[in-house]
Design a binder for this molecule. Structure first.
Ligand SMILES: [Zn+2]
Length: 209
């Protein structure tokens, strides 16, 4: 059997293409029709695929890794690839954050950092395992995310594809702990370092939230 990924991955990639390609403001119907032919994100193909993956997410039906990485490669050919990957990553974080119960989400916001961070970390681990096949580790005030098999690997020039996981990681930290310093791509499989890894700083406990 070939490898699978959560269907939210291909879905967020395609939704990001659509978001980036959406025209701004009120436009003449005629012009919109013309755009639909010119912009991939507004095409019937993308519309049909978004529908299919939305259904797969609802049913919890896994998607093929190769299909997800094929979509990433298609995005990678665009001049604005990195922006699309960043948008998709933010969306992956927001949608996976919603899988945490509202009660727990509230807890992580109201409890003092000392109590909320272990909860946040536990959910980061679960979400990362499910959606990225990755592992989250804490070393002091540093959180590391390791993604052994990236769907966006080599998808775009200048490690543009890695922006997908980086922006998902940053956004998830932001949502769960309400503050994150710089996120650094410390190891990259594209640079021949075996695997992709990111490091984020947690604000030290005791400083203002
Ligand atoms: Zn990388």
């Amino acid at each position: 059997m070939s490898d699978t990924v959560d269907p939210l991955l291909p879905l967020t990639l395609l939704e990001a293409v659509r978001t980036v390609d959406l025209p701004e403001g009120d436009l003449e119907a005629e012009f919109v029709a013309e755009l639909r032919n010119k912009r991939f994100g507004l095409s019937d193909t993308v519309f049909a695929q978004i529908k299919r993956f939305t259904e797969a997410v609802k049913r919890g039906k896994p998607a093929s890794f190769d299909e997800a990485s094929g979509i990433a490669k298609l995005i990678g050919r665009r001049p604005d690839a990195e922006a699309v990957f960043r948008e998709a990553g933010r969306s992956l974080a927001r949608q996976s954050y919603r899988t945490i119960s509202p009660f727990v989400r509230k807890l992580t916001r109201v409890l003092p950092a000392l109590a909320s961070r272990p909860i946040a970390l536990r959910h980061m681990r679960r979400i990362s395992a499910r959606y990225t096949g990755g592992k989250v580790r804490r070393v002091g005030s540093t959180i590391l995310l390791l993604v052994p098999k990236s769907v966006t690997l080599d998808a775009a020039p200048r490690l543009g594809g890695c922006a997908y996981y980086e922006s998902a990681f940053r956004e998830l930290m932001q949502l769960l702990v309400g503050g994150v310093g710089a996120v650094e791509h410390v190891r990259c499989a594209s640079r021949g370092e075996g695997t992709c890894e990111w490091r984020a700083e947690w604000r030290p406990i005791g400083t203002a939230q």
